[in-house]
Design a protein around this ligand. Structure first.
Ligand code: BGC
Length: 492
C-alpha cells in the first residue's frame, strides 16, 4: 500500500519542478465519493423494478450511446452491497453519495404500489454504510424518471411535482430515520438542456428554447415542493438537511471587452443562474438578463409572449430559500464570447443567449476534451457562489476527471491534488464554507451517452468480466493516503 511518504516523493518527482509545501485539510472538511443508481446498480428488471427513461432509451435507441452499451448490468452493484461498502471503507472516506432509483421502489411511478424488494435493497445499503461508519448522502433524482411519466410529458408536465411528492414521501418514510442528508435533484441543466433540448440524454428531445424552459420551471417548482414537504412533515422528527445539486462551470470572458464580460455573465445565467438565482437570491425568480434575452428574441420571432414561462409572485416566494446548503458539482470551465444575433429561425437556447462557448486546448485534458483541468475556475466559482448566492455551507457533491490511463491515472491524481489546493485557498483566503469534497466516482460507471468509454472511478471496473472485478487505481491510493494524512502537496 502506498504511504504518505511515497505520495510526497511521487509529487516531487512527477510534478513539482519547484519547491513544495504540505497543507493540512481543515478538520471539518468531509471526504466522500459518489455514484448514481442507473450508472452502477444494473439489475434493470430484477426483483420487480419498473422501467425508467434510460432503460427505454438504451434499449430502443442504442445508437444514442457511444459504445452502444446499456446500464442493464453496469457495475452489478445491486448484488455487491458489502463489497462496494468495503471499497469505500478501506479508503477511509467518511461519506458516500448515491441515488435512489424511482422505478426500483415505485415500478409504476405512482405510490400505490411499493416494491418492497427495492426498498429492501436500499435499506441494506444504508445499514451497511452506517455499520461501517460511512454517512449516506441520498439523491432522490439522478435522472431515472419512470417511463410512464415520460409518456405524459415528463418534466414538461406540471403534474410532475405531485408525482414526485408521492415518491419523496415513500423515500422519507422508509429511509429518513437513518439518512440525514438529502439532495432532491441532481443537475437540472443536464435534465433540461441535454434531455429536452440537446437530444442526448433521455428522453433525448430536441425542442430547445421551449421544452428546456418548461422543464426548468417544473424542476424548480418540484424541488421547492419536496423541500417544503421535508421541512413541514419530516425535518422536526428526522432532523436532516435538504438541498439541490447544481453543476456550475466557471465562464471566463474571452477578452477584456465589455461585450465579452457581459457575455460571460450571460453564459453563467444560461448555464446555472437560471436554477440557482430563483432558490438562492433574495429577489428570487429567473435572472433578469436571462428573462430579457429570451423575451427579446421571442418578440423578434413574432411571439406574443416570451417562450420562457414565468413564475407568479407566490411561486417566486415558494421557491426562494429552499435549500439548507449549496450542492455544487464542478468538473471544468469554459470561455464565453459575445456573438452577433443569429438569423431568425428555429428557436434555441443558444441563440437566445447570443454567446459562443469554448475551452482552451492547452488545459490538461482527460479521455474526453470536454473534461479539462481548470483549478482556478473552481476557485472563481466558489467565490461567485458565496458572493451571489449567500455565505452558506457549500458541499462539493461531485468533482472528477476521466484519465486516459486505466490504472495509473496520475492526471486524475494531479487534478484532485490541484483542486483540493484551490478548495483550501477558498476556505482560508476567501472564507467560503466548503464542507464536503466528493469525488466522482467511486468506481468506473456507465457514463450516460459515453457508455463505458470514460473512467472517472477510483476503482477500475472490468466490464468484460461477469464479476465486474474492481481494481484500485492510483487515484484510489491517493485518496486513501489523503484520508489518512489529511495533507495535500502544493507547489510554490
Ligand atoms: C453527473 C454524473 C456523470 C458525471 C460525469 C455529472 O454531470 O452527475 O452522473 O457521470 O457528470 O460525466
Amino acid at each position: 500500500m502506498i504511504n504518505s511518504k511515497f505520495l510526497v516523493l511521487f509529487y516531487l518527482f512527477n510534478y513539482a519542478t519547484n519547491l513544495t509545501i504540505l497543507r493540512k485539510l481543515p478538520d471539518d472538511l468531509v471526504l466522500a465519493s459518489a455514484s448514481s443508481s442507473y450508472q452502477i446498480e444494473g439489475a434493470w428488471n430484477e426483483d420487480g423494478k419498473g422501467e425508467s427513461i434510460w432503460d427505454r432509451m438504451v434499449h430502443t435507441r442504442p445508437g444514442r450511446i457511444l459504445d452502444r452499451s446499456t446500464g442493464d448490468v453496469a457495475c452489478d452493484s445491486y448484488h455487491k452491497i458489502k463489497h462496494d461498502v468495503e471499497l469505500i471503507k478501506s479508503m477511509g472516506l467518511e461519506q458516500y453519495r448515491f441515488s435512489i432509483s424511482w422505478p426500483r421502489i415505485l415500478p409504476y411511478g405512482y405510490a400505490n404500489h411499493i416494491n418492497m424488494r427495492g426498498v429492501q435493497y436500499y435499506n441494506e445499503l444504508i445499514d451497511e454504510l452506517i455499520a461501517n461508519g460511512i454517512t449516506p448522502v441520498v439523491t432522490l433524482y439522478h435522472w431515472e424518471l419512470p417511463q410512464i411519466f415520460q409518456e405524459l410529458g415528463g418534466w414538461t408536465n406540471a403534474l410532475i411535482a405531485e408525482w414526485f411528492e408521492q415518491y419523496a414521501r415513500v423515500v422519507f418514510d422508509h429511509f429518513g430515520d437513518r439518512v440525514k442528508l438529502w439532495i432532491t435533484i441532481n443537475e437540472p441543466k443536464q435534465i433540461c438542456s441535454f434531455g429536452y433540448a440537446g437530444g442526448t440524454f433521455a428522453p433525448a428531445l430536441e425542442i430547445s428554447g421551449i421544452a428546456d424552459y418548461m422543464c426548468a420551471r417544473n424542476v424548480l417548482l418540484t424541488h421547492a415542493r419536496i423541500f417544503h414537504l421535508y421541512k413541514n412533515s419530516y425535518q422536526s422528527i428526522q432532523k436532516g438537511k435538504i438541498g439541490i445539486t447544481i453543476e456550475c462551470s466557471w465562464m471566463e470572458p474571452a477578452t477584456n471587452s465589455t461585450n465579452d464580460y457581459e457575455a460571460a455573465d450571460r453564459a453563467r445565467q444560461f448555464d446555472f443562474g437560471l436554477y440557482a438565482h430563483p432558490i438562492f437570491t433574495p429577489a428570487g425568480d429567473f435572472p433578469e438578463i436571462f428573462k430579457k434575452f429570451i423575451a427579446e428574441r421571442s418578440r423578434a420571432e413574432g411571439h406574443q409572449q416570451s417562450r420562457l414561462p414565468s413564475f407568479s409572485e407566490s411561486e417566486i416566494r415558494n421557491i426562494r430559500g429552499t435549500a439548507d446548503f449549496f450542492g455544487l458539482n464542478y468538473y471544468s470551465s469554459r470561455y464565453a464570447k459575445d456573438i452577433k444575433p443569429h438569423p431568425i429561425g428555429k428557436p434555441s437556447s443558444l441563440k437566445d443567449s447570443r454567446i459562443e462557448i469554448y475551452t482552451d486546448p492547452n488545459w490538461i485534458t482527460g479521455a474526453d476534451p470536454i473534461f479539462r483541468s481548470v483549478p482556478w475556475g473552481l476557485r472563481n466559482i466558489l467565490k461567485y457562489i458565496k458572493h451571489n448566492y449567500g455565505d452558506m455551507d457549500l458541499f462539493i457533491t461531485e468533482i472528477g476527471f476521466p484519465d486516459y490511463e486505466k490504472f495509473n491515472d496520475t492526471k486524475t491524481v494531479k487534478y484532485h491534488n490541484d483542486h483540493l489546493n484551490v478548495v483550501l485557498d477558498a476556505i482560508h483566503l476567501d472564507k467560503v464554507k466548503v464542507k464536503t469534497y466528493t469525488v466522482w466516482s467511486l468506481m468506473d460507471v456507465f457514463e450516460w451517452t459515453r457508455g463505458y468509454t470514460l473512467g472517472f472511478g477510483l476503482y477500475h471496473v472490468d466490464f468484460e468480466n461477469d464479476n465486474r472485478t474492481r481494481t484500485p487505481k492510483w487515484s484510489r491510493e491517493f485518496f486513501h493516503t489523503l484520508a489518512t494524512t489529511r495533507t495535500v502537496v502544493q507547489e510554490i
